[in-house]
Ligand binder design. Sequence first.
Ligand code: NAD
Length: 517
Amino acid sequence: MLIAPFKNEPFDLFDTDSAKADMQRVLKKVRSEFGQTYPLLINGERVQTEAKLVSTNPSNPAEIVGYTAKATTQHADAALEAAWAAFESWKRWSQEDRSRLMLKAAAVMRRRKRELEAWLVYEIGKNYVEASAEVAEMIDFTEYYARQAIKLVGGLGSLIDYAGEENESFYIPLGVGVTISPWNFPMALMAGMTVGAIVVGNTVVCKPAEDTVVSLAKIFDIFAEAGLPPGVVNYLPGTGREIGSYLVAHPKTRFVNFTGSLATGAQINESAAKLAEGQKWFKRVFLELGGKDAILVDETANLDDAATGVIQAAFGYSGQKCSACSRLIVVDSVYDALLDKVVEKAKELVVSEAKDNPGFGPVCNELQYKKVLSYIDIGHTEGKLLTGGKAVENAAGYLIEPTIFGDVSPRARIAQEEVFGPFVAAIRVKDFEEGLAVVNDTVYGLTGALFSNDRSRLERARRDFHVGNLYFNRKCTGALVGVQPFGGFNLTGTDTKTGGPDYLLQFLQMKAVAERL
Ligand code: NAD
């Protein structure tokens, strides 16, 4: 099968009046569709339930974006059964045919791009550029994995010849997996985790985060529109505690592909390791968890570039990226100068309802809002407030000012625990060496950046700055599919490297066949 080489989907910067007007037109249209109820999808059938999940607009929580059916454990059993039945035929499809179907799904996503962006603006409070970047990333995952899967046919290397035998090895899929996604990149992460598994012949049951059930209902419509056979993907909105944990512990689950918090990931890891009655395999578990990502700035750095990188990485999408800069570690001799610049830029950021395309919008839900505000309380006891420090006054939604605490100790709670909001702990260090030690003094290991013009330090950091995704002289967010394979070390997870050339191997097992000649 000859297909054009992969290239990253461009995203819109909305720097023209016409692009902004187009988005506002679509936002209006999408708003007129608020309040609908979306079903579960099991074996290609749309299933409604009496109980519902409600999804609200974090910019204005009184506004209901939509409802979905709410799965029970019986639905989970039915979905797993449907996925195993579908696996029997899906695994026999040729790789070209499965990949072609994914390309079709990507084409539908591209056609419905603006509408999908608008749902993200309303349902999780992204500004226009962040929403556009997420939809582009989802398309990238789908296009990239479709191509990578074709490269795996026939294996990656050659075997040694052995006299008197014909030897062959090939990959086969694992079976039925469960994909569980967080709310912060609902479309890109769920689509990425799902397409990665199914494109090589597995089938899946998908449990979205409760706050994003409408956005994801759109994506599962797209999979159906692209022509995926019934049961290959099953969409099961429900609570994590009930449905998520049930699916993870289920003996019919072959693998779990999870992105979310460390606390949930640790529970999943433990639960999946237990052999349930009747279980015939060890479950594979892929975990992409939290971060406490650091930007280190030394005295040789361009401070204007560093300040820009910090602002983008710390406050883009209200700091609710696993890759967001939440620790700013600065060498003493430039600490004050850099912090002055960062604080000045933070004060310029406009925080408002996402539909108005601000610098950044709300945090995702009430729980998150209260959590960030409680870390601000802790911040007052652990550092010096440099800017922000409170909710935006008179706002209907979960809006919090960009907040920076200075002179924080490296072991303080706000320097160790993931806050996941517009919140930065700045740490003063004596020199680069001390800075590097502080960088690595965390249980996480996802992203990080060094701003420096000292070649030997850049090379030292290349080896010893212990994160899965390291950036020099740029922000630590915004990994691109195929360009920067993404995933972290330590308790950030199993370093799955999404969007990378090896990702799909995780959903395959190799069979070796020898025939005596
Ligand atoms: P979360 O762990 O609270 O929830 C994630 C998903 O797990 C949801 O669908 C939830 O319903 C489900 N869940 C909850 N309890 C469960 C259980 N016991 N068993 C099975 N499923 C369960 O995370 P969140 O608040 O939705 O997302 C934010 C977190 O995700 C942050 O920690 C962030 O750093 C992390 N994240 C990591 C990456 C990465 O690539 N490393 C990417 C995005 C987000």
